[in-house]
Write a protein that binds this ligand. Sequence first.
Ligand SMILES: Cc1ncc(COP(=O)(O)O)c(C=O)c1O
Length: 486
Amino acid sequence: MGNVGQTDLHDLNEPIINHSEGQLFLSEAFKIIVEEVLCKGTDVNEKVCQWKEPEELAALLDLELRETGEPQHQLLQRIKDVAKYSIKTSHPRFFNQQFGGVDYHSLAGRFLSETLNTNLFTYEVAPVFILMESEVLRGLRLLVGWTHGDGLFCPGGSTSNMYAMNLARYQLFPEVKSQGLWGLPRLAIFTSPESHYSVKKGAAFLGIGTDNVILVKVDDGGRMIPEDLDEKIKQAKSQGAVPFLVSCTSGTTVQGAFDPLDHIADVCEKHKLWMHVDAAWGGSVLFSKQHRHLMKGVDRANSVAWNPHKMLVAGLQCSVLLLRDTTNLLKQCHSANATYLFQQDKFYDVNLDVGDKSVQCSRKVDCLKLWLMWKAVGSSGLAERVDKAFVNVRYLTEKMKKREGFQILREPEFVNLCFWYIPPMNCLDHTPVIKERMMKQGSMMVGYQPLGNKVNFFRVVVFSPLLSTKDLDFFLNEIERLGNDM
Ligand SMILES: Cc1ncc(COP(=O)(O)O)c(C=O)c1O
């Protein structure tokens, strides 16, 4: 053992971590998490955020890492501080983004997968989750309308979209895997200006280039116009580009628009293009008998990205890429055949080792949280949540229409409601000021943005199963309270 003695090690016969001490710490930490994050963090009498300027926050948190460790009581205090100064995204008055809320079964799944700490690449280390992932993907595919196909849990919708791009390109030019971009023609992607920015990021990341993301016109509701898509594809071809992918959106990030998938599918079939549906936000409507018509034609797509961590409140991250393909394209496109993981002479069916389909090596278990929640409430329970979100947004819209000072951008098609609040004195661009006030007072959180030549407006996303009409009434009153002196 050479010079072990020179370092100040503890007794080598003992483990370095003390289990009973560790487990006691964990149960104390758990109490704090339940109290601070789940009880206070969802209580409408408590704040959504405790705003601090960055310098003050850094000092309060005492972030510096030091040579020696700290006693348990101090660490428990640190856990309290982290909880205290973090944004309470489970709070019913967190309307800021398309994630938030809490589902306790999913949360139990999240704790369990964190604790089991395994890697979703081989059956050897993740037997339960390999089978579970496959079943959850099958269930989601069935909702799309595919009895067969493939898929993968990915670290977010942006990544799912990039996977779709890579697969579409590989299907057309399989040599890209070994030869790279050398020798490829100029490729073109078509999407709407309302699509998520990850389409452009993906094009940059994969060497396609953002200039080759061609924007198709949208109608007044923010939905892609299929006739313009057809036109833009012809135009690109005439300019020597090779169109290969149309990325449609089901539930656009800002306005919640649903592109007309059936008509777009006709155009894709005509030009033999891969049709991808970015349903990261809107995909969950597929659970609802009442609202799934918004995605009519989705079964004609080649791939679908869907984030159950958004509307279904499965918890970050939970995102899938679903494929109609049955030729093992995912694996052909991404495999590297590492022999230390994916030995072909294993004692079990090596097709269960799905890890080589992914561009990641280590891959988190993201299926358990959705599986447990789905088991708990069933497809009907998830459908009910989706339906309730639509009812809530309708409630808020109707209230807003009757209230002075509020002006909606357009009738919501989904659960995003974009609106202006015009204060009595009509102060110019007051929206960021109202946002600043709400954060500093900690009463609620809602996002805002400009759009084209339209000045800043608020975008409220109404989907958390924790929401009641009281919270929606509060929302309106609070916007008014925060802005009525401007
Ligand atoms: C339509 C759409 N696609 C993709 C994404 C990106 O998903 P993620 O944040 O999981 O990368 C979002 C996120 O807001 C989205 O709204």
